[in-house]
Design a protein around this ligand. Structure first.
Ligand code: ATP
Ligand code: LTN
Length: 328
């Protein structure tokens, strides 16, 4: 069976961008692949995190995986820090990664720009991500558009390892949805919607109450025109809302345009909010049940136990290839 790996950072409340770009796709892949869906806490601390908030967000992300429909019996759901082989392989692969490659990463440039002090962890973030993926000899990585550059680096590192130490890693492929791979901010359609944007109005969180969702959508930036028409170059804000509508309703972009032909933004936004609420409400209900039951701790334990077995086995082979003396 081929292997899938993906991770989400517990760096805030998950947004509908995380849902459409990544998590939603986890559910369909779990039937045909050996899946690892991980809460990448070691990645989250590459920018400062409050310990109490990190704990809460970690449990929240793991519970949301289950709430959207990832089956913990089918897929391994676990915390990255519970499988120490991630960090170990991260170090090995950091030594195979060049400074120049890391300097070219746009996420590093974005997250470090304007900061007085930047942690070295933020710089080597992509080699830890490569380790996440390669630790399981992953074939497929479901991620949003913004992660393509990191994935490309993971592929290069895998190829480099194979070249130096003999064929070992599969070269992982990305799995990115056609629409929904890059949901933009509600207040600024030139930026991607992000859980760590300080402006709360810029995003819809998966756990936002229905009225909050209605308010955020009604306040979302549009243009001074009137047409509900998909044209990302000329009408980026409206096009982003149409994409969200299409993804949440299952209607094609053309069908959404048709439905609102001759209508103003008001009714379109109102109904968009209802479409989003109708999908998120049942997920939120399941989420609250999961949190209340406390079952997530056992799910995380079992997921990590299973993942550790494979990780240990693979890491041992990697050490051997590189010339380390095996433990007696
Ligand atoms: P942060 O702002 O803390 O960096 P983030 O919101 O960008 O976080 P990540 O944890 O980095 O989220 O990403 C988790 C997954 O969600 C990744 O696969 C990423 O590509 C995807 N994703 C994030 N934002 C979007 C978006 N706006 N549209 C589509 N997919 C997204
Ligand atoms: N870098 C990713 C999170 C991430 C990831 C991974 C995604 C860490 N390790 C492995 C896919 C596979 C992000 O910021 N979204």
């Amino acid at each position: 069976m081929k292997t899938v790996f993906s991770g989400v950072q517990p760096s805030g409340n998950l947004t509908i961008g995380n849902y459409l770009g990544a998590i939603r796709n986890f559910v369909e892949l779990q039937h045909d692949y050996a899946c690892n869906f991980v809460v990448v806490d070691l990645h989250a601390i590459t920018v400062p995190q409050d310990p109490a908030a990190l704990r809460e967000q970690s449990e929240s992300v793991a519970s949301l995986y289950v709430a959207v429909g990832v089956d913990p019996q089918k897929a391994n759901i676990y915390m990255q820090s519970h499988v120490p082989q991630h960090a170990e392989l991260g170090w090995l692969l950091t030594t195979l990664t060049s400074m120049g490659e890391l300097e070219r990463m746009t996420q590093f440039k974005d997250k470090s720009s304007g900061k007085e002090s930047v942690g070295a962890g933020l710089f080597v973030y992509p080699s830890l991500m490569a380790a996440d993926i390669l630790l399981f000899n992953t074939d497929l990585v479901p991620v949003g558009e913004d992660q393509k550059q990191h994935l490309e680096l993971a592929r290069d590192i895998a190829g480099r390892f194979n070249h130096r130490y003999g064929e070992f890693f599969h070269i992982p492929e990305g799995y990115t949805p056609k629409v929904g791979a890059r949901i933009m901010s509600l207040d600024d359609a030139s930026k991607k919607m992000s859980k760590s944007n300080p402006n709360e109005g810029s995003r819809i969180n998966m756990l936002d109450a229905p009225d909050v969702i209605r308010k955020k959508i009604s306040r979302a930036t549009t243009d001074s025109g009137k047409e509900v028409r998909y044209d990302p170059a000329a009408k980026p804000e409206v096009s982003n809302l149409i994409s969200i509508y299409s993804e949440f309703s299952g209607l094609s972009i053309a069908e959404v345009e048709q439905r609102y032909e001759g209508q103003m933004y008001g009714p379109f936004k109102k109904e968009l909010a209802e479409v989003v609420v109708s999908v998120l409400e049942p997920i939120q209900q399941r989420y609250h049940e999961i949190r209340k039951s406390g079952e997530i701790h056992e799910i995380l334990r079992q997921g990590a136990d299973r993942a550790r077995e494979t990780a240990e086995r693979n890491l041992k082979l990697i050490y051997e290839r590189m010339g380390f003396i095996p433990k007696a």
